[in-house]
Design a protein around this ligand. Structure first.
Ligand code: SAM
Ligand code: SF4
Length: 343
């Protein structure tokens, strides 16, 4: 049946697509890209029309949540036309949630347009509130415009979730400052454990910055009091409520295996490669069937064939390594950059 929902071999319904619309970025975050990052030739990228067709094919197959990401999605030229066209799926009720993950640099400019397209929630990555540290982490970024962008998103009526990568010795001392800032502004906050992505990233540096969320979480619990929330989103996030502030805090530990059984998501790159699992190299090329015909039959068949190969779980073996301080402890390291698969 053409429109039967996407169910993988482990009986998981695939209802969430994360779509990278560009591998380019106006920042060079140290844990994400090298400063001399080589980007893909523009001709390899799906056009905005192709990105729409790809998303719409997934929506026709039961995807209810679509997250636009990158690279930095808001530096893709003409990106608002994609949001505008995708908003028809919100209007029809086929799509529940259209959202994006952004570094916030262009948000002041686009917040109103995004809200007008039906974007109700937005994830903004922010690792520090200190302007010098922000410049050091992002290499090319400035804190001020990002804070302005967050304020603009909020003023436009969007709910903001801050994503903070936990970096030992970098933002460790800002744990409570960031938490209090989010509580005051009414933003949700999620911490992400740093992942070994991309072969040229300097593992020694990243392993030195590895700050296990178990430790971060214990520090928050001691200061604020903490209640576990049953909320599950089908991804690697776990949620708690801080007793003192009432705010919801998420913890993303992508290197643990404990979420794979409820995994509801796949990731598509800006060149139309579909990754069925963040921690596995297997992927399906959707650009060829997309370009082979203006009819979606071949594309739909390729999506179904890919979902039939979705693996049970991923191969990361990093948090289990006994001596994280020692470089070389990373097994199952992924050669891809987060900016390629969109995180
Ligand atoms: N440019 C956008 C942004 O920064 O939000 C979207 C793409 S970015 C690749 C998505 C998320 O991945 C960001 O929250 C970023 O902090 C996170 N990220 C990038 N590299 C990471 C790594 N090595 N480990 C953990 N998170 C990482
Ligand atoms: Fe760009 Fe986001 Fe990667 Fe930072 S984390 S370099 S903002 S893609």
């Amino acid at each position: 049946m053409q429109n039967a929902p996407l169910i993988d071999p482990f009986a998981r319904a695939i209802t969430y697509l994360r779509l990278s619309v560009t591998d380019r970025c106006d920042f060079r975050c140290t844990y994400c890209m090298s400063e001399a990052m080589q980007f893909l030739p523009r001709a390899d990228l799906l056009t905005l029309e192709e990105l729409d067709r790809l998303s719409s094919a997934f929506i026709a197959l039961g995807v209810r949540k679509l997250r636009i990401t990158g690279g930095e999605p808001l530096v893709r030229k003409g990106i608002m036309t994609l949001f505008q066209s995708l908003s028809r799926h919100l209007a029809s009720g086929a799509l529940e949630d259209l959202t994006l993950t952004t570094n916030g640099s262009q948000l002041a400019r686009y917040a109103d347009d995004l809200a007008a397209c039906g974007v109700r929630r937005i994830n903004v990555s922010l690792d520090t509130l200190d302007a010098d540290k922000f410049a050091a982490i992002t290499r090319w970024g400035k804190l001020g415009p990002v804070l302005d962008g967050i304020a603009a998103a909020q003023a436009a009526g969007m709910r903001v979730k801050i994503n903070t990568v936990a970096l030992k010795g970098v933002n460790e001392d800002e744990l409570f400052t960031l938490t209090d800032w989010c509580a005051k502004a009414g933003h949700d906050l999620t911490f992400i454990e740093v992942m070994p992505m991309g072969e040229d990233m300097g593992d020694a540096l990243r392993l030195g910055q590895y700050w296990p969320l178990t430790d971060l979480r214990a520090r928050l619990a001691a200061r604020y009091g903490m209640t576990e929330l049953p909320l599950r989103t089908g991804g690697p996030a776990r949620y708690v409520r801080l007793d003192a502030t009432g705010q919801q805090i998420g913890f993303i530990t992508p290197l643990t295996h404990n979420f794979c059984e409820s995994c509801n998501r796949v990731r598509a790159t800006c060149t139309g490669q579909l990754y069925m699992c963040l921690g596995q190299n297997d992927m399906a090329d959707l650009r060829a069937p997309l370009r082979a015909s203006s009819d979606d039959a071949a594309l739909t068949a390729a999506i179904r064939a890919a979902i039939a190969r979705k693996p049970k779980g991923h191969d990361f073996d990093y948090t289990r390594a006994p001596a994280l301080a020692g470089a070389g402890a990373v097994k199952g390291q992924m050669p891809r950059h987060m900016s390629h698969t969109g995180g």
